[in-house]
Design a protein around this ligand. Structure first.
Ligand SMILES: NC(=O)c1ccc[n+]([C@@H]2O[C@H](COP(=O)([O-])OP(=O)(O)OC[C@H]3O[C@@H](n4cnc5c(N)ncnc54)[C@H](OP(=O)(O)O)[C@@H]3O)[C@@H](O)[C@H]2O)c1
Length: 245
């Protein structure tokens, strides 16, 4: 076995994200990078949220992904559980300007049933934030102050392939940072739409009934990953995998 050890080369979260080459479309869809954090026993939440698993460098990675992506994709359940608000700080906005990106990434979300309510997620009250909601039949989001576009894809029509193709075609999105949650990530992989996985292993044991990093029905066949990079910060491990296809 190769010894990776604690003395590997240092990389800042910005360098890790720059090395991804995030904004390169794959056919008719954007490139998709997912960032997830899980305990050593694989749990993605502690008391229903991911915050207790975190580390400043992990938050730094998410921050850089948000600054460098054209769109953030998150499941409706994640938007509600994590109370999404204030996606960017002034430093991220400045970095986007430097990269020649539009001021704000599109926040894209999926809910087949369209049960999302603006009052449940603070970011829907932030004027001007571009939000794309993909549903089967529409959503009651008329009272949102954000700039919400609802894409009704019809009964059974909400596939991640269609969502991603629409983001590319209708919103000019070349690179997506997927922030979960576990059910959405499983669907992305089942539809062969994930390119890279940044998995942070948090030095906790959690057990219980909370979701693991992937959740829902088993994949048609296990997805094969290639380890592209490995970092550590304190006792947290940062694994960068590419999906092998
Ligand atoms: N550790 C981490 O890195 C991390 C990251 C993100 C979230 N989380 C945690 O994960 C939990 C939420 O995750 P989750 O897995 O319950 O939900 P999720 O992945 O955030 O959201 C799934 C949503 O996608 C919609 N959806 C649309 N098409 C779907 C399809 N084909 N299959 C499945 N869902 C589809 C579902 O809405 P409909 O049912 O209306 O279709 C559902 O609301 C929260 O506790 C959050 O804190 C952890």
């Amino acid at each position: 076995m190769e010894v990776l050890g604690p003395t590997g080369a240092h990389a800042t979260p910005r360098e890790v994200v720059e090395a991804l080459g995030l904004r390169h479309p794959v056919g008719d869809r954007p490139r998709v990078v997912a960032a997830m954090i899980a305990s050593v026993d694989g749990r993605a939440t502690v008391d229903g949220r991911s915050v207790a698993l975190g580390h400043p460098e992990d938050r730094g990675l998410l921050r850089e992904l948000r600054a460098g992506a054209d769109a953030i994709l998150a499941g409706a359940a994640t938007l509600c559980a994590e109370r999404y608000a204030n996606l960017l700080d002034p430093g991220q906005v400045e970095h986007r300007r430097h990269l020649g990106l539009r001021e704000h990434p599109v926040l894209a979300t999926v809910s087949r049933r369209g049960t999302l309510r603006a009052a449940d997620v603070p970011i829907f009250s932030e004027p001007g934030v571009p939000i794309a909601v993909y549903t089967e039949r529409g959503a009651g989001l008329g009272d949102a102050a954000a700039d919400v576009g609802v894409h009704a894809l019809g009964e059974g029509g909400v596939t991640l392939r269609r969502v991603l193709a629409s983001l590319h075609r209708d919103h000019g999105v070349d690179g997506v940072s997927c922030e979960g949650g576990p059910r959405l990530l499983t669907r992305l992989i089942a539809e062969d739409c994930l390119d890279d996985l940044l998995l942070t292993v948090s030095p906790l044991l959690v057990a219980g009934e909370g979701p693991t990093a992937l959740a829902g029905p088993a994949l048609p066949r296990p997805a094969r990953l290639r380890l592209r990079d490995l970092h550590r910060a304190g006792d947290h491990l940062f694994l960068h995998y590419a999906v092998d296809r």
